[in-house]
Design a protein around this ligand. Structure first.
Ligand SMILES: NC(=O)c1ccc[n+]([C@@H]2O[C@H](COP(=O)([O-])OP(=O)(O)OC[C@H]3O[C@@H](n4cnc5c(N)ncnc54)[C@H](OP(=O)(O)O)[C@@H]3O)[C@@H](O)[C@H]2O)c1
Length: 183
């Protein structure tokens, strides 16, 4: 990134669960495989991670899934939703952004320090742009065959630095990487 990047003072992190074959949800968004495989999961580190971020940047598909939850999971966080189709969102302290640049400029203008990036396509954009600092992936011991992929096509290789691994209950493996190129 150059010195003029709107993310130069912003830490960007993603924290996702993935099937061993690389999917974050079934084609219809279903997470039954994850809830079933992870029924005995205890502390995944998510709570500490969530406390450490001051804002969230999510894609519209993730928004749609979360909007249907009984309980709002982002209380106390500034939320930016990327979408070309949504006009507004009803959550408090949440806004819609038509482009990644618009969202990044807003985060910079508001002085946000640490954003939680979520949604497959959104994480992919950060990886492609070399703008993701931390990527934590909890790999579920299940193959689901089809679904929404965490990773996608690339114009060039993205090299990551492994910063931690641990075994979780229920056969999960968690790996954390630094994805932003040095410098
Ligand atoms: N397993 C996990 O840990 C985990 C974590 C998060 C999400 N999920 C699941 O993953 C699924 C969502 O991931 P996804 O990859 O399908 O979608 P997503 O990244 O959440 O959302 C994609 C949508 O976001 C909007 N968008 C993305 N980039 C944009 C940009 N640069 N400018 C404007 N709009 C942009 C577009 O919405 P418009 O079409 O409105 O333009 C696009 O269709 C859900 O099923 C969710 O439950 C799983």
């Amino acid at each position: 990134m150059t010195g003029t990047s709107p993310t130069r003072n912003l830490t960007t992190s993603a924290f996702l669960a993935m099937s061993l074959d690389g999917f974050i949800a079934r084609p219809d968004g279903g997470l039954d495989w994850l809830l079933e495989a992870g029924a005995d999961l205890e502390d995944t580190g998510y709570d500490d991670f969530f406390v450490a971020v001051d804002s969230m940047l999510i894609g519209r598909n993730t928004y749609d899934i979360v909007a249907a939850f009984d309980e709002y999971p982002y209380a106390g966080k500034r939320v930016l939703v990327l979408s070309s189709s949504l006009e507004t969102v009803e959550w408090s302290d949440a806004t819609v952004h038509r482009s990644l640049n618009s969202a990044l400029e807003t985060l910079a203008a508001e002085g946000r320090r640490h954003v939680y990036v979520d949604g497959g396509t959104v994480v992919q954009q950060f990886l492609r742009a070399g703008m993701l600092d931390n990527l934590t992936v909890s790999i579920a011991p299940v193959l689901i065959g089809f679904g929404i992929p965490l990773f996608g096509p690339l114009d060039s290789d993205v090299k990551l630095e492994l910063t931690g691994t641990r075994e979780l209950p229920a056969g999960f493996t968690q790996a954390t990487y630094r994805a932003r190129p040095p410098g």
